[in-house]
Every structure is written in C-alpha cells, then in structure tokens.
Write a protein that binds this ligand. Structure first.
Ligand code: SF4
Ligand code: FES
Length: 365
C-alpha cells in the first residue's frame, strides 16, 4: 500500500448551478453538517503528514464557503499544491486577489459549451458570461488556467468551437471529459450518451487540435468508457493514490463511492492515517484479492484493476463485480444495450434533460 498522492477536498455540495450531468450525491441532506474551518485545517495537516502533495478544492461550488481563503492559506502553508475546481460563479476580482495572496496555485473553471445559450441551458442557470469574465481575471492574475468541459450528446458536436473558446480565454490546458454516469447524470444517461458517429467526429477534431496547439495548450480528452473495450483504471486503483473527504468529513477512495453500501469512515471519528490504512471502506477493493472472475485470472488485472467499483455497483447492484464496460464481463450487455440505443436512427435528440434542483445561490463577495 502506498501513501495517497492527492486529496480531493469536497468543501460543500451547495452549488449555484443545476447541471443535468452532475455526479454529486443525491442525498444532499446527509452532507449539510459541513466541516468547520478548524476541522478542515486538521484534515489538511493529517493529509500532508500522510504524504499528500496535491489538494483539489472542489464541491459543489467551493466559493460558496466563506472560509475558502483561510483553507487555501492553510494548505499553502503546509506546502500542498492547491487547485480550485470551480464553476467560477462568485470568483470576483476581489475574491480572486485574496485567493492569489493566500497562495492558490491553479484554477480549473468548468464551462458547459462555447455558446452562451447552450451553456446556460446545460448549467440550468445563466452563467456563461460570468464564467468568461472570471477566466479573464484568472489570466490577469497570472494563474495557470484549466478549462474543463463535460462532453455529452448535447455539446460534443461543438468540440471545435469549445477548443477555440479555450484558446481565446488563454487556457493553459483544456480538459474534455466525457460524462461519467453517476449521481444525477445517471438519471439523464439516455439523453446524454453520444452516438459513435459523434465520438468519431470529436476525436478527429481533438487529434488535429493537439497537433496544432502542442506548444500552447494541453488538450486532455477523457474517452467515454461505454465505448471502450476495456474499462478505465478508475482512480488508479481503489484507495491506491487518491482520497476524497466529503463536506461532512466522510473519507472515500473516490467521490462516487458514497453510494456504495460500505461502512462509513469519518475524520470526525478517526485520524486520516488510520482511515487510509485500515478502514473497511478503503480496504474493501484495494489490490486484487477481492476480484471475481473473469478479472481474477485476467492479464489486465493490474492494468485496469477490474474497472470502476462505483460503475459496477450502479449497473449491477454489486460493487464487487467486473465493471460491465469490459467486453469480458458477464454483465456487459447492460452497457452494450445503452450503446445500441444511443446509435438507433430513430432516437430523437430533443428529449428534455432532467435539471438538477438548485442547491445554493451564487456567492457574491
Ligand atoms: Fe480488466 Fe477484469 Fe476486464 Fe480483465 S476482465 S480487462 S481485469 S475488467
Ligand atoms: Fe468510484 Fe470509479 S468512481 S471507483
């Protein structure tokens, strides 16, 4: 067992957006008792002592927290590399300057499309122009900027325009991530899953852009695993390199694992080091001993670790099964049937997305 490299600090699940592809938990009331500033300080110290080097401050919308600057300052003083993962709503110049002074290293802004109307429809709230303005501030303050765009059936045809937008705002890195179907996104899966033709066209655009922009902007393209022959090595293996702390202090190997029927572990009860090393939630699928066939005897078991436990649970109700994305899985038709439906000619593209209810007002100060 290695020490974790990265901490995903989910400071709050409150969020001014209402994205149809949101992967945050559905049972929001369970996370309302958020860790206080001093509790986050202790978590950061324990994470540093455990070997964590990178701290991703995420949510929900982390800017909703009034103590974000203090949390960033603590992480910075501990020597952690800090990355703010934000919708940018609430990233005013005054707030950005305070975060800069506190030592924030990197900003990742999500945008839903290149075109204001479409972006706002997908986000479920008018937000496009505020995001563009916030990205301008990020560059003026000389931060490295990653633009993150979740791709799906409604926006993937505009990937060329999305890349142009990323260039225009001066992004150092653009992350084009196909939707993962957890949380609210699962409810919209059939409306969001792109067709094979859409994916092929997008991949050609991405290949050309990588060549053209290789000295100026990193272009990261996260493949849609439903179309892959093998599953993704999710999180680099269960509890192998990353850990997540939820707004109420639960500790998980990945954000989506809150839905799995595993015993809870909390920083309010135990030190992070003990949770990482010994807790049932961390040890449940660590390594390869837990694997069923066909993974157990598969040559790729140390390559993809049997795929994603959360996806196996979502699709089969059993987190210990082979990820159904794998073509060798006995449950593979659960994925193949969704892909067949996404490629049926008769499939209409105007089916309404189910918007996630709003969970916070936009922060202002
Ligand atoms: Fe990976 Fe398991 Fe499929 Fe082998 S059988 S490729 S280990 S998911
Ligand atoms: Fe939890 Fe893949 S998202 S293991």
């Amino acid at each position: 067992m290695d020490n974790p490299f990265g901490l995903l600090a989910e400071l709050t699940y409150r969020c001014p957006l209402a994205c149809a592809y949101c992967s945050n938990p559905l049972n929001m009331a369970d996370y309302a008792d958020e860790l206080a500033t001093d509790e986050w300080r202790r978590v950061l110290v324990e994470a540093r002592d455990l070997g964590v080097l990178q701290c991703h401050l995420s949510g929900g919308e982390p800017l909703v927290r009034n103590d974000l600057v203090e949390i960033v300052a603590e992480a910075h003083e501990l020597g952690l590399y800090t990355n703010l993962v934000t919708s940018a709503l609430g990233l005013t110049r005054a707030k950005a300057e305070r975060l800069r002074a506190a030592g924030l290293d990197h900003v990742q802004v999500s945008i839903q499309a290149d075109e204001p109307g479409l972006s706002d429809r997908i986000a479920g709230t008018p937000s496009f122009h505020r995001k563009i303005e916030a990205m301008r501030v990020v560059k003026e303050l000389d931060w490295p900027l990653t633009v993150n765009v979740v791709l799906h059936r409604r926006n993937i045809d505009r990937v060329a325009e999305v890349l142009t937008l990323a260039e225009q705002v001066g992004a150092d890195r653009v992350e084009l991530a196909n939707t993962q179907y957890y949380g609210w996104a699962w409810r919209n899966r059939d409306q969001l899953l792109p067709s094979r033709a859409q994916l092929d066209a997008a991949e050609a655009v991405v290949r050309a852009a990588r060549k053209r922009l290789r000295d100026r902007m990193d272009v990261i393209y996260v493949l849609p695993d439903y179309y892959s022959r093998y599953p993704k090595p999710c999180m680099g293996g269960w509890a192998a390199r990353q850990l997540t702390v939820t707004p109420n202090g639960e500790v998980l190997p990945c954000p989506a694992a809150q839905s799995l029927p595993l015993p809870k572990a909390s920083v309010r009860v135990d030190p992070l080091e003990r949770i990482w090393t010994d807790s049932p939630v961390m040890t449940a699928f660590r390594g390869t001993d837990w694997m069923p066939e066909p993974c157990r005897s598969c040559v790729r078991r140390e390559v993809d670790f049997g795929g994603c436990r959360c996806q196996a649970f979502q699709l089969t109700g059993d987190a210990a099964r082979t990820d159904p994305v794998c073509h060798l899985s006995p449950d593979h038709d659960l994925v193949a049937s969704a892909v067949r439906a996404a490629n049926a000619d008769s499939r209409p593209d105007d089916r309404p997305l189910i918007p996630r209810p709003h969970r916070a007002r936009a922060p202002t100060a």
